[in-house]
Structures are given as structure tokens and as C-alpha cells.
Ligand binder design. Structure first.
Ligand code: NAP
Length: 320
């Protein structure tokens, strides 16, 4: 099969497009023909060797993909060849024509969702759901700020929040991104590159502040977020690319809190809840993964450069 293989940590140039042996599923495992693989920012940190999780070299990147079950190992009960599925983590890596995964990492895909969309399900929707509901505790009637709403996680959060009865405020750095955020369900959208936008956000809440902030770039925004919180408000740190200074008094006066997580560390029960909620949302059309760009698998290096550039528009996916 064709696959992207990383033999040493480094820049995007270490992503090699190679012909390697197709893996075979052992007992309890499923072999999935990957029709589309999702590109997430963490794929780039892992490739660079700077991420908390360092895979054993050589490795095939990618945890997200959409495709069809090719074969199933002994003891697999839920899947048969031909089933449409999405994967949320794999054993062998998703940037490939085939991937082996544990049965528990494979999930049924509703027929109204394309394979390219399926590649944008696990990390974006899992993170958005966990951040908003399980970690942030957002409830219908609350106001949420999705600080960085135009990318994979942001668009997922906008859709989940809107379908859950929240007042949704999003931010994006381009006109195209802001149009997308509004189209996907935000009540208000602001430009996070423009001076004065934080005051505009506060005005949009009539001065009451925000109940839950989902923060995609905490090293830039965390200190400002605290000043936007309503009484008992929470900032959920999802993304951060450096250090930041905050004024704890901003939290004290608002009885506020900062929460944070990585999707790798959620519990089995939380993961089960996420897949059930996401399947229902995909099936009833309230969750609609947005594929902004599709590139051939061989262009994985380009995808790794572009995912870190400003001007996000949903997901970048690779087609094996
Ligand atoms: P993405 O698709 O690349 O989107 C990045 C988002 O950040 C875009 O909406 C971008 O907006 C926005 N952004 C850029 N500058 C910003 C600023 N100054 N203030 C607020 N937002 C800004 O990435 P993603 O998949 O959505 O992931 C977002 C972040 O969360 C990444 O850092 C990722 O590593 C992290 N993450 C963490 C977990 C976890 O388990 N904790 C899981 C998934 C992702 P414009 O491009 O429109 O400016």
C-alpha cells in the first residue's frame, strides 16, 4: 500500500510517500481501507518530535480517517467487510491506503456523511464536545465564546453549541472564515486580528460576560479571556503554543476557573458518550464536518505547512 512514513522527527520534509506492506488485522482488530485521512495540528507537533507523545520510529501519522472495512480479525463482532466507518485513532496510522485499528477505535458512519467529512470527525468533534459539555459544563441557555471558530475544532464547536441551545459567539481572522462561522450557526462573529474586538464581544453579551470560553490559542488570549467571563464562568484551554501571563484577580472577582485537557486522556465513559452524541448529530444533520481542502496523500508535507497558517476554513484532508 501507499503510505506516509516518518523515519526521523523534523520539518514537513520528513513525511515520505512510500510503498510498504499492507498490515493484517490480528484478533480484535479491523483493517480499514482509508478513503480520506484528516490532518490535525497535533500531527505536525508529533512529526516535529515536540509533542508530549513521541511515537516509536518509523511511524505513519494520523488518527482520523473515513473509509470502508476491508477485513476483520478473529472475534470482531460489530463490523463486516463493506461497512462504512470512521476511525478515531488507529494502531498503524491513518495517512495510508489501509490502517489496522482496534474494534473500539472504529465507528459506524451514517450514509449521509462523505468519507472526506468522516476524516474530520474524531479529533475535531471529540475535542469540541468534550471541551464544551464534559469539561466546560455548558448548558442550554449559556453563552459560549469559541475563540478561534473557523478551524476544525472551532466549526465543530459552533455546530454542537448551536444545536444545544447556546448563544454562540465565534471569532475568525478572515472574512471567508467569519462567513463560514456564521453560516454554521454562530449568532455573532468577530475578527480576532482587529483591535477592539474584545470590547465588541462584551457588548454582544450586554455586559453580562461569557459562561464558557473555548480557547484555541491560550498563549495569546488567556489573559484577555478572564476579563470576558461572567460570574462563575470557565475558560477551557484547548490549544496553546507558548507561555502567557494572567492576572489571577480577574478570576477571583468573577469566581472564574480555567480548565484544560487533552483528548488522549479522556475516560472510556466520556469517549463512549462522545461517539454516541456525534453519531446522532451526524445522522440528523446538525453536525456537518466542513472540508475546506482535499489534497492527494503524497502532498502531506504541504498539508502540514498549510494547517499552521492563518486563514483556517474547516478541515484539510488527504486522499490516499
Ligand atoms: P485549525 O483547524 O488549524 O484552526 C486554528 C484556529 O485557530 C482557527 O480558527 C484560527 O483562526 C484560530 N486562531 C488563529 N489565531 C487566533 C487568535 N489570535 N485567537 C484565537 N484564535 C486564533 O486547528 P484546530 O484543529 O481547530 O485546533 C485548534 C487548536 O486546538 C490547535 O492548537 C490544536 O493543536 C489544539 N487542539 C487541542 C486538542 C486537545 O486535545 N486539547 C485537540 C484538538 C486540537 P483564523 O485562521 O481564522 O485566524
Amino acid at each position: 500500500m501507499k503510505a506516509i512514513v516518518v523515519h526521523e522527527f523534523g520539518g514537513p520534509e520528513v513525511l515520505h510517500f512510500e510503498e510498504i506492506a499492507t498490515p493484517a488485522p490480528s484478533a480484535g482488530q479491523v483493517l480499514v481501507r482509508i478513503n480520506a485521512a484528516g490532518v490535525n495540528p497535533y500531527d505536525t507537533y508529533m512529526r516535529a518530535g515536540t509533542y508530549a507523545i513521541k511515537p516509536t520510529l518509523p511511524y505513519i501519522p494520523g488518527s482520523d480517517g473515513g473509509g470502508v472495512v476491508e477485513s476483520a480479525g478473529k472475534g470482531v463482532e460489530k463490523f463486516v467487510p463493506g461497512d462504512r466507518v470512521y476511525v478515531g485513532r488507529t494502531i498503524s496510522g491513518a495517512y495510508a491506503q489501509f490502517a489496522v485499528a482496534l474494534e473500539s477505535q472504529v465507528h459506524p458512519l451514517p450514509t449521509n456523511v462523505s468519507f472526506a467529512q468522516a476524516a474530520g470527525v474524531w479529533v475535531p468533534y471529540g475535542t469540541a464536545y468534550h471541551g464544551l459539555r464534559q469539561c466546560g459544563g455548558a448548558r442550554p441557555g449559556d453563552t459560549v465564546l469559541i475563540h478561534g471558530a473557523s478551524g476544525g475544532v472551532g466549526i465543530a464547536a459552533v455546530q454542537i453549541a448551536r444545536a444545544s441551545g447556546l448563544t454562540v459567539i465565534g471569532t475568525a481572522g478572515t472574512e471567508k472564515g467569519r462567513e463560514l462561522v456564521l453560516r454554521e450557526g454562530a449568532h455573532h462573529v468577530f475578527d480576532h486580528t482587529r483591535p477592539g474586538y474584545l470590547e465588541q464581544i462584551m457588548d454582544a453579551t450586554s455586559g453580562k460576560g461569557i459562561t464558557v470560553i473555548l480557547e484555541m490559542l491560550a498563549n495569546v488570549n488567556l489573559g484577555h479571556d478572564l476579563k470576558l467571563l461572567a460570574l462563575n464562568g470557565r475558560v477551557v484551554v484547548i490549544g496553546s503554543r507558548g507561555d502567557v501571563t494572567i492576572s489571577p484577580r480577574d478570576l477571583m472577582t468573577r469566581r472564574g476557573s480555567i480548565r484544560a485537557f487533552t483528548l488522549w486522556a479522556i475516560t472510556e465513559a466520556e469517549e463512549k458518550e462522545i461517539h454516541a452524541a456525534v453519531f446522532a448529530g451526524l445522522e440528523n444533520g446538525t453536525l456537518r464536518p466542513i472540508v475546506g481542502k482535499q489534497l492527494p496523500l503524497a502532498e502531506a508535507a504541504r498539508a502540514h505547512k498549510e494547517i499552521l497558517e492563518p486563514g483556517a476554513f474547516g478541515k484539510i484532508v488527504l486522499l490516499p
